[in-house]
Design a protein around this ligand. Structure first.
Ligand code: PEP
Ligand code: MN
Length: 341
């Protein structure tokens, strides 16, 4: 349910509505807008009648919200959300480019790659310290040492860092080091992890599960917002289909579908979507053309030696070529590619 306040409603009247909502054991989410304040209500709405709120001072109207997702929806907040990740803005008219290796393998490897992607114009460094691997025998990540390497490379380059928390056991530690905490595709419906991530005090990068619908993705994001974390960036990273020429299928149609329903920014990850180096640039261009707020790509300067996802890593030269192409493409979709200051 959404309560829309009158344009001249006073802060006291807004507080009064909030405390009435809370007095009924529900959660109130005040959403200040340019014109007026709206207050979203979540919780068990089974017994709540609009009439309970309609008569309160300063209330213009009470709107029942028909979708299962509420806080993530444009009904609750019509303006697009812009998430600040260590000074880099994700959302709005600027494209955000996240790049880096699949895994943090060593300080030298991460530092080398970070300097190369920075020179090409990347905005945020990626790299996994905790890796969710399909096989228990594959490289699982350097753990805490990987986080320390990322922090050191951030200090060297000035690039904010996104890295994955695979489990509630490591979430707080990851949040201490990362500028944005990644929740991976395999964990998109790990509700305990989502609730904790909603309280971790950092922006969250939420990847779409490989078999998740748009509704399921938005409901996963809803867990984060319901815990008070509005700094959420969504990521389409490819879904399972019958296609066998590619690791997953990049669902570019998810981008306009999500943007119509939700105010949250959405990026595409053409690396995990395709699994093949030669498909990454074309799919990254498609993502920007379809209106994504940015991309996440895996880059490695020695992909044959990479400890994970080498076949899909593009070379730094290819990443440079991609950035040059995005600068040409961006204005066609009313976007810019900001240069790091
Ligand atoms: C990753 O970004 O390193 C990753 C494991 O991605 P996904 O969760 O999309 O598979
Ligand atoms: Mn990877």
């Amino acid at each position: 349910m959404l309560i829309v306040m009158k344009m001249d409603a006073t802060p006291r009247q807004v507080e009064e509505v909030v405390s009435t909502i809370e007095g009924r054991g529900l959660k109130a989410h005040a959403i200040p807008g340019a014109q007026r304040t709206a207050i979203g209500i979540t919780g068990n709405l089974g017994v709540v009648e609009p009439a309970h709120f309609e008569s309160l001072e300063g209330v213009l109207e009470v709107i029942p919200v028909s979708h299962p997702y509420k806080l993530v929806s444009r009904e609750f907040k019509s303006d697009g959300t812009v998430v600040d990740v260590g000074g880099v803005k994700i959302g709005g008219s600027e494209l955000a480019v996240i790049a880096g290796p699949c895994s943090v393998e060593s300080y030298e490897q991460t530092s080398r790659i970070a300097h190369k992607i920075k020179a090409a114009g990347a905005h945020i460094l990626r790299g996994g310290a905790y890796k969710p691997r399909t096989s228990p025998y594959s490289f699982q990540g350097l753990g805490r040492e990987g986080l320390e390497i990322l922090a050191r490379v951030r200090d060297e380059t000035g690039l904010p860092v996104v890295t994955e928390a695979t489990d509630i056991d490591v979430l707080d530690l990851v949040a201490e080091y990362a500028d944005m905490v990644q929740i991976g595709a395999r964990n998109m419906q790990n509700y305990t992890l989502l609730k904790r991530a909603g309280r971790c005090g950092r922006p969250v990068f939420l990847k779409r599960g490989m078999n998740a619908t748009i509704t399921e993705l938005l409901l996963a994001a809803e867990y984060l917002l319901d815990q008070g974390n509005g700094d959420v960036v969504l990521c389409e990273r490819g879904i399972r289909t019958f296609a066998d020429h590619t690791r997953n299928t990049l669902d570019v149609s998810a981008v306009p579908a999500v943007q119509r329903i939700s105010h949250l920014p959405i990026l595409c990850d053409p690396s995990h979507a395709s699994g093949k180096r030669h498909k990454v640039l074309p799919l990254a261009r498609a993502a920007v053309a379809v209106g994504a707020n940015g991309i996440m790509v895996e880059v490695h300067d020695r992909p044959a030696e990479a400890l994970s996802d080498g076949p899909q890593a593009i070379l730094p030269e290819e990443f440079q070529e991609l950035m040059d192409q995005l600068r040409v493409l961006a204005p066609m979709v009313d976007r810019t590619v900001p240069a790091l200051v």
